[in-house]
Write a protein that binds this ligand. Structure first.
Ligand SMILES: N[C@@H](CCC(=O)N[C@@H](CS)C(=O)NCC(=O)O)C(=O)O
Length: 220
C-alpha cells in the first residue's frame, strides 16, 4: 500500500467534504469510487456500517466519519489554516454550526429532497423547517465573506455540500428566497477550483484494479 485508501462516492456530500480537506492538505490518497448499491466487500470488512467516506491510513487506522477524515487531513497539513487558524471561540461556533448541519438541517434536507417518500407533510413544510438553519447561516454571513470570518474554514467546507444539495432541489426558489449572502457564498464555492478538482468522474472501483490516485489522477 503506497497511499492511504479513500472509499468515496462522487455525489455524497460527506465524501465531498472529505475530498476537499484531503485536497487542501496536499495529501495523495488511493481513491476507490464506490457504488452504494454494490459496496465492495473490502469496504464492509473495514467498517461494518459501510457508509462512505472511509479512509484507511498508512498505519492501518480506519476512519469512517467524514469529519474525522477532515480533521485527520488538516492535522497532517493545513496550508490554508482551515482549522489551525481558528481561535477557540471560532472552533466552538464551527462545531455548533456543523453539528446543526449534520443533525437538524440534514434531517429536513432529506425530507425536502425526497418529499414523496415522506407523504405526512408537503414539501414546503420540510423546506420551512430547513429554513431555520439557512437563516442562521445567512446571519453569519451578514458581515463576513465566510461563516467564521474573512477566511474559508472547516465550517464552510463541512456545510457547503449540503447547502448545495438543498439549492439544487429548486434553484429558482432558493435564488429569490431571501438568502442573498448564503447564495453568493454557495455559488462561489460551487465555482471554485477546489470544487472542480474534487468532482471529477471516476468509474466504480473493482477489487484487483490498478491504483488510482486522488486528487491528481494517475494509475500505478
Ligand atoms: N456520518 C457519516 C455519514 C456518511 C453517510 O451517510 N454516507 C452515505 C452516502 S452520502 C452512505 O454511505 N450511506 C450508506 C448507504 O447509502 O448505503 C459521515 O459523516 O461520514
Amino acid at each position: 500500500m503506497n497511499y492511504p485508501i479513500l472509499y468515496s462516492f462522487r455525489r455524497c456530500p460527506y465524501a465531498m467534504r472529505a475530498r476537499m480537506a484531503i485536497t487542501s492538505s496536499g495529501l495523495t490518497v488511493e481513491l476507490r469510487e464506490v457504488e452504494l448499491k454494490n459496496k465492495p466487500s473490502s469496504l464492509i470488512a473495514l467498517s461494518t456500517k459501510a457508509t462512505v467516506p472511509v479512509l484507511l491510513t498508512m498505519d492501518n487506522k480506519v476512519i469512517d466519519e467524514s469529519l474525522d477524515i477532515m480533521v485527520w487531513s488538516l492535522s497532517s497539513a493545513d496550508p490554508d489554516g482551515w482549522l489551525t487558524n481558528l481561535s477557540s471561540d471560532q472552533k466552538t461556533v464551527s462545531n455548533k454550526l456543523i453539528t446543526n448541519n449534520d443533525s437538524e438541517f440534514k434531517y429536513w434536507l432529506d425530507r425536502y429532497k425526497y418529499a414523496n417518500r415522506y407523504p405526512e407533510h408537503g414539501q414546503q413544510v420540510y423546506r420551512q423547517h430547513a429554513e431555520k438553519s439557512l437563516s442562521v447561516l445567512e446571519n453569519h454571513l451578514s458581515n463576513t465573506r465566510y461563516l467564521l470570518g474573512s477566511e474559508l474554514s472547516i465550517a464552510d467546507i463541512a456545510i457547503f455540500p449540503f447547502i448545495r444539495q438543498f439549492y439544487f432541489v429548486d434553484p429558482a426558489w432558493f435564488e429569490q428566497a431571501g438568502y442573498p449572502k448564503l447564495n453568493g457564498w454557495l455559488q462561489q464555492l460551487i465555482e471554485s477550483h477546489l470544487f472542480e478538482l474534487i468532482m471529477h468522474k471516476y468509474t466504480p472501483w473493482k477489487e484487483g484494479e490498478p491504483t488510482l490516485t486522488f486528487p491528481e489522477a494517475f494509475f500505478s
